[in-house]
Design a protein around this ligand. Structure first.
Ligand SMILES: Nc1ncnc2c1ncn2[C@@H]1O[C@H](COP(=O)(O)OP(=O)(O)OP(=O)(O)O)[C@@H](O)[C@H]1O
Ligand SMILES: [Mg+2]
Length: 261
């Protein structure tokens, strides 16, 4: 049964999409079955997976509005090795359509239910907002992975995000937890980055991933080729950081499963 993780932060440009694509490909490299869901009308995860967002027969819009099954809308990312539920700007219409629908917050959760057992991990790339789309992502998930840059304002936004996650947890998805906080685009030469990293560790303890994603130009270049860094330049520090993250995530899962057993 798949573990479902939303990659979310209402702050823009913190590395959500980069994390989705590269973590998905890294989990595939460790022989996990992965589905990536692009919930962002920007369609960045779609393009970065090598699927043309301008030419979609079906998208996550059709799934959320009940016009097709998830399986019908899925496409395979050739370089990533995972399945993708694509998105494009039309998906903004889903937000409006869903407002009139029954159980509008759990449309994605319902759509995922019949296929969860076909995957080990489902990763959901959320848009930079706390919109109905993001709420659908959070309601469908077991946990939230929060990518963040180690800068001063990042901490401020984090409080809002954690508050929202807790509210959704209480009202719509009691199982929802914060799976992990991920430091992205890290540059150890910047003092503030080290200070913020230290504060995060003090405040969040083990929730903070030990793996740190460095700023690496290969991670920025790869999506324009429709590839994860692992396919674009597998020796890059970016590709290796995401492989390490996949390893850490899988170890955490194993530990959590043992604790329950
Ligand atoms: N570790 C990294 N090193 C260098 N560049 C990076 C790294 N991570 C992300 N980037 C670049 O930073 C920009 C923002 O990253 P990304 O698109 O992943 O953020 P996002 O949180 O998904 O943004 P949005 O909020 O718009 O959806 C992109 O141009 C991406 O290529
Ligand atoms: Mg994004």
């Amino acid at each position: 049964m798949a573990k479902v993780f939303a990659i979310a932060n209402q702050k823009g440009g913190v590395g959500k999409t980069t994390t989705c694509i590269n973590l998905a490909a890294s989990l595939v490299a460790t022989r996990r079955r992965v589905l990536l869901i692009d919930l962002d009308p920007q369609g960045n995860a779609t393009m970065g997976s090598g699927v043309d967002k301008h030419n979609l027969e079906h998208s996550v819009l059709d799934v959320l509005t009940g016009q097709c099954d998830l399986i019908e809308a899925m496409q395979f990312s050739e370089h990533g090795g995972y399945q993708l539920l694509p998105s494009n700007r039309d998906v903004t219409a889903a937000e409006v359509e869903m407002l009139e629908m029954d159980k509008r917050e759990s449309r994605l959760r319902q759509a995922l239910a019949p296929i969860r057992e076909n995957y080990d991990y489902v990763l959901i790339d959320c848009p930079p907002s706390l919109s109905m789309l993001t709420i659908n992502g959070l309601v469908a998930s077991d946990g939230v992975i929060i990518p963040m840059q180690c800068e001063y304002f990042a901490l401020e936004g984090l409080t809002d995000l954690i508050g929202s996650i807790q509210r959704i947890g209480q009202s719509l998805n009691p199982g929802l937890k914060i799976e992990g906080l991920l430091r992205t685009m890290f540059d150890p030469r910047i003092n503030l980055a080290n200070d913020v990293a230290g504060q995060l560790k003090a405040h969040f303890g083990d929730t903070l991933y030990e793996t740190v994603i460095p700023r690496n130009v290969r991670l920025a270049e790869a999506p324009s080729h429709g590839m994860p860094a692992l396919a674009y330049d597998k020796s890059s520090t970016g590709a290796n950081a995401y492989l390490a993250l996949a390893g850490e995530l899988v170890r955490r899962q194993r530990k959590a499963a043992k604790a329950i057993a």
